[in-house]
Design a protein around this ligand. Structure first.
Ligand code: TRP
Length: 338
């Protein structure tokens, strides 16, 4: 019974393959904490990936498995969270279709990610119906589970806002069945890739959860630090150092204080300092790396997790769709569902 009263959280990620530390500290870390307190639904948004990858969907299948292995390795727990794949739950598509009937096109054209992404991916034909409808599908993802909270990054806030508007419009047109979900913004550390730019697969500057310890240590040794400190003898400034956010996440507070002082007095050089970081990072992430190897060797187990999750998610999604059809009172007089 207590389970029923827990607030429901839902979030998704597009399958991009193996995850990096930006994904870990920026999103997954928060997902993990939420599962302590809430009923959580976490899913692979493979239909969303298709909005931009429709011309080359082949790799997506492999990416799904890679990503879910990372989720399990960091500690998402299928006993506590429902872990599933969007395209296995056709109710998302049905609700998306219904929402599409009353979502004004100008709302969608105004979503900032629409034009931004279109520009960023200018080599692709994205003037498609599916790409424009991206936020409507996202609204269906969220509302088909009647989620209350949606942990996302700032870039996704307009999509959650759109979800609220769609929920409001449905509730007003038919029957008030949907909650208006809130975006849950976690405090996210500002992490950069090894070259100082945003950590991104396309820049080839990522440290992956799947990197073996020696690879991880090597990547740390190459990290850009404080560009205002060209020589070893110059005093450094941790607040300017691009590696320092990683220190903060991986070293004990006393050690961090010590490093800050030693950096500012030029007692500690960057090479040495990054060795300390590499050791701490490897120590913290090795258990994840090993758990990852465990699941990598057991694809059936991963599959089983998803099958179970899909089943649970589908039950909930079905229940909502019954209510939705009832609310719309669409050929209710005779039961035509087979
Ligand atoms: N659009 C999200 C992203 O790119 C992924 C996503 C799809 C999502 N459906 C969602 C996130 C529902 C939260 C809730 O990151």
């Amino acid at each position: 019974m207590a389970e029923e009263t827990k607030r429901r959280i839902l979030s998704g990620m597009r399958p991009t393959g193996k995850l990096h530390l930006g994904n870990y500290y920026g999103a997954l870390y928060n997902w993990l904490k939420l599962q302590e307190e809430y009923e959580c639904y976490y899913f692979v948004a493979d239909w969303h990936a298709l909005t931009t990858e429709y011309d080359a969907p082949q790799p997506l299948g492999g990416y799904i498995a890679e990503m879910v292995i990372d989720w399990l390795a960091v500690g998402l727990d299928p006993q506590r969270s429902t872990i599933f794949v969007q395209s296995a739950i056709p109710e998302h598509a049905e609700l998306y279709l219904i929402f599409g009937m009353f979502t004004p096109v100008p709302w969608l054209e105004r979503v900032p990610t629409y034009k931004d992404q279109m520009q960023e991916l200018s080599h692709k034909e994205l003037a498609t119906y599916g790409f424009l409808g991206y936020p409507v599908l996202q609204a269906a993802d969220i509302l088909v589970y009647k989620a209350h909270g949606v942990p996302v990054g700032v870039d996704q806030v307009p999509h959650v806002e759109m979800t609220r508007e769609i929920a409001r419009r449905f509730n007003h047109l038919y029957k008030p069945i949907f909650p208006e979900p809130e975006a849950l913004l976690a405090e996210v550390p500002k992490l950069t890739g090894t070259d100082g730019r945003k950590m991104s697969k396309s820049y080839d500057n990522c440290i992956y959860l799947s990197d073996p310890p020696e690879v991880m240590a090597r990547k740390v040794s190459r990290m850009v630090t404080d560009v205002g400190r060209p020589y070893r003898k110059d005093p450094g400034e941790p607040d300017r150092c691009l590696a320092f956010p990683f220190h903060r996440l991986n070293l004990p507070v006393e050690k961090i204080e010590e490093i800050m002082t030693a950096c500012r007095s030029a007692e500690l050089g960057c090479v040495e300092c990054k060795k300390l970081l590499a050791e701490a990072l490897v120590a913290n992430l090795t258990p994840i790396y090993e758990k990852r190897r465990f699941y990598e060797a057991r694809p059936d187990m991963v599959r089983e997790v998803l099958l179970q999750g899909n089943k649970q998610a589908r039950e909930q999604a079905r229940r909502t769709m019954h209510e939705v059809r009832e609310a719309i009172a669409f050929h209710l007089d005779f039961q035509l569902w087979v």
